[in-house]
Structures are given as structure tokens and as C-alpha cells.
Design a protein around this ligand. Structure first.
Ligand code: KIV
Length: 252
């Protein structure tokens, strides 16, 4: 029997029922691999800017680049829900958000992710009004790292805690099916998880979220020049690749 296609509603229904495992993929073989391993939520993240395209951060990633990688991932026709990031500067207004999200859907995405909470609620509502499934993202927003100056933990002060809770509520009200919590203090991540009815998917936000998401390259060690401190890689694939290259070269 073929397992059923994962929908945004199915991800939402996993809250309280099963931990949600989510990973990034930016190409056909990785998407196919993750899907064959039963990962229910696959994200074509704009993190591809760093781990694939060699940019210093996600800010330079273009919509054309996201479409290209979403098409590649989509060709795997995963049973998993395939979400894609709206890159920096592509959802400044509601009409732009809708038009650009439609381009990602046309490329093969089944949901879009946008960074921000109450500040972008109007755009998230516009997407939902057009029937476009939305994955929220609050906490550290990598698309704003240049303004922030660095990647830093959010929620350590009462003001930040209140802002994060408000953002999570705004996303819920706007109709997001789940929300990524990036670099949120574990206690605030737990509080948000207990308070909102949609799943929280943490990254560097402690164990008490409804699910966890990682950049695939961090998990398997295919970008060894930088690994976030909260990641425990399961494999050092680059070390094995280096050994294979050296062995082949020595065999000539
Ligand atoms: O771009 C990305 O890969 C992400 C996550 C890992 C959450 O936004």
C-alpha cells in the first residue's frame, strides 16, 4: 500500500501525536533520499545560499535560484510535504508575496515559508486568502542577520519573550500550518509550544518543540567549514569523501 501524501493539515495534526522530523533539501537526490526515509516535511531552504551557492548568508539568494532548486527537489515527487523559502526582499508587500509564492508553487513547492511574525501578518493572511499554505518562522531571522550583526539567541529578556509569544499568536491567527522557532531560548520555545495550537518546529531552540528541523548538510557533514554549535552531526561525510579522493588519486 502506498503511504498517503503529506499535506499541511497532516503536519498540523502531528502536534501532540508524533515528533515532526524536518530537513532541508535543495536537489533531486537529497529530496528522494529524505522521502524514502520517511521525513514528512522537506524544506527547500534559502540556507542553500551558504551551503550550496557559497554566499556569506541568505540575503543574496534570489527567487530565480529558489525556483531552480525547488524544481530540482520537486522532480523527486516526494510523498513528503515540500515547502520552499520566499527569499529576502520577495514579500515586502502582500501582492508581491502572493505573486512570488505562486512562482515557487509553479516550480513544485506545496507550501512557502516566510520569516517574521506580527510584522508580516498582512502578507501571511494574503497568502492564506489565496489558498497558499504557509510555514511561519520566528526567533532569529537569518534574512535579517546583517541588521542584527550576528546570529543570536532570542527570548532571553522579558521584552523578547513577549514579542516571540505575540509573533507565534499572529502566525496562528494568520493561518500558518506550523512555525519554525530558530534560536529561541528553550524555555520560551516550550512556552510557545504549549500555548499555540499549531506545531512548533525548532532549530537550536531546545528539545521541547513539536518537531525539529536541520540543514541536511549540517546533519551529515557535507559543509565542514561551519557547523552551528547546536548541531550534533550524525556523519562526517566530507571526511569520507576526502579519503575517497585521496585513495583514488593514490591509485593512479
Ligand atoms: O533556510 C533554511 O534552511 C531554514 C531552516 C533550516 C529553518 O530556514
Amino acid at each position: 500500500m502506498t503511504a498517503a501524501k503529506v499535506t499541511p493539515e497532516a503536519i498540523r495534526a502531528m502536534k501532540g501525536a508524533a515528533p515532526i522530523a524536518a530537513l532541508t533539501a535543495y536537489d533531486y537526490p537529497t529530496t528522494r533520499l529524505l522521502d524514502e526515509e520517511g521525513i514528512p516535511l522537506i524544506l527547500v531552504g534559502d540556507s542553500l545560499g551558504m551551503v550550496v551557492l557559497g554566499y556569506p548568508d541568505t540575503v543574496p539568494v534570489t527567487l530565480l535560484e529558489m525556483e531552480h532548486h525547488t524544481r530540482a527537489a520537486g522532480r523527486a515527487q516526494p510523498r513528503a510535504l515540500l515547502a520552499a523559502d520566499l527569499p529576502y526582499g520577495t514579500y515586502a508587500t502582500a501582492p508581491e508575496a502572493v505573486a512570488n509564492a505562486r512562482r515557487l508553487l509553479a516550480a513544485g513547492a506545496e507550501a512557502v515559508k516566510a520569516e517574521g511574525g506580527c510584522a508580516i501578518e498582512d502578507r501571511l493572511r494574503a497568502l492564506r486568502q489565496e489558498g497558499i499554505p504557509v510555514l511561519g518562522h520566528v526567533g532569529m531571522l537569518p534574512q535579517h542577520v546583517r541588521e542584527e550583526g550576528r546570529y543570536r539567541i532570542k527570548g532571553a529578556t522579558p521584552t523578547e519573550r513577549a514579542a516571540l509569544l505575540a509573533d507565534a499568536e499572529c502566525l496562528t491567527a494568520a493561518g500558518a500550518f506550523a512555525v519554525v522557532l530558530e534560536l529561541v531560548t528553550p524555555s520560551v520555545a516550550r512556552e510557545i509550544t504549549q500555548r499555540i495550537p499549531i506545531p512548533t518546529i525548532g532549530i537550536g531552540s531546545g528539545p521541547d518543540c513539536d518537531g525539529q528541523i536541520l540543514v541536511f548538510h549540517d546533519l551529515v557533514g557535507t559543509f565542514p567549514w561551519f557547523t552551528p554549535r547546536f548541531v550534533r552531526p550524525q556523519l562526517q561525510a566530507f571526511a569520507q569523501m576526502r579519503a575517497a579522493i585521496a585513495a583514488w588519486r593514490a591509485s593512479l
